[in-house]
Design a binder for this molecule. Sequence first.
Ligand SMILES: *Cc1c(COP(=O)(O)O)cnc(C)c1O
Length: 395
Amino acid sequence: MPGFEIFGAEERKEVMDVLETGVLFRYGFDGVRKGRWKAKTFEIELAERMGVAYGHLCASGTAALSIALAACGVGAGDEVVVPPFTFVATVEAVIYAGAVPVFSEIDDTLCLDPKSLESVITDRTRAVIPVHMCGAQARIGEIKAVCDRHGLILIEDACQAFGATLDGKALGTFGRMGCFSFDAVKTVTCGEGGAIVTDDQALYLKADAFADHGHDHQGSDRGAEGHEILGTNHRICELNAAVGLAQLRKLDKILEIQRTHKNTIKTALKQCPSITFRHIPDDAGDSATFLSFMLPDESTAREKTAKLAASGVDGCFYWYGNNWHYLRQWDHLKQLSSAARLPLELLENRPDYRKIHLPKSDALMARTLSMQIKLSWSEQAVERRIRSMIDILKD
Ligand SMILES: *Cc1c(COP(=O)(O)O)cnc(C)c1O
């Protein structure tokens, strides 16, 4: 990861296909596009790969989350349970849907804790968005069981877990809808892009229409299409879809390289008694974009993070100290500051985000480090990395 590390002739060919026709729009222009439908083809291959009936490609992972919430009818005043460890986009999508993000603890998977989830459900709770963070699985079976028991809509944020599975089933296909991102630094990248997947035809049709101003995409004459619902523009451009299509076809190769590197490093690090690894419910299905491990306490974690960086072991993230991926430093959320006047300001069931207390998540995140697994590493680079890491982490 990221997929751009292995850009090649395949991506260039797909892009040139589009430029040759000059049709950048994913719909219509049937006469001049010479049968080239990059977004449509990507959707078909995506659904096949994920083992679902439908895929819809859109402008970003954030757009995918917004589309999923809209298609599932989640909005004004609904409470949506989210984890505090995610990219802030998950929370933004809920807020701009007019809904209320409700935070619940994470567990040793670094993802939503199904037990804690159950404890934050109220009669206003409509949906749950677990996030499969850093390439591997949340306890999605247990989370789904809680959702089923309480009649809640399950939407998976699998933006960081494209290609990962649990017991052979693709992450993103356990809930009513799954969301993916293909942004510039994700496993498969097309610059800017995202997708939703679902088995539910009605949801798919709503998503497809919502993402394009309500157009129902029946027939090829855009002017004659119906508009049953209002929507917005979350469309992807054919150029981006073209890059993504070539990348999707490399997914198996990407996963194989990441898994090999990760396995070599993780096996070697087992000789460091002071570190423990993130619990991964199904190792075989881990997309292996990151290796996440815990140090005994916060001060050791901070000290080791600094030492790793100083010795050239790059790509190690201490999320507890960054302000993009963990609630602790989301001051903009705590102050509810936005350019827009937020619907949230009018809702009496809005929590005071300054006072949220998640001791279990804090304790975990304060000790956790995640190292990005790169596609471009040579075997020698991996060996060098292992030697430096063991030197720093052995005591
Ligand atoms: C990247 C990401 C998103 C948003 O995706 P974009 O394509 O950048 O909008 C959402 N959730 C998570 C967990 C992500 O990592």
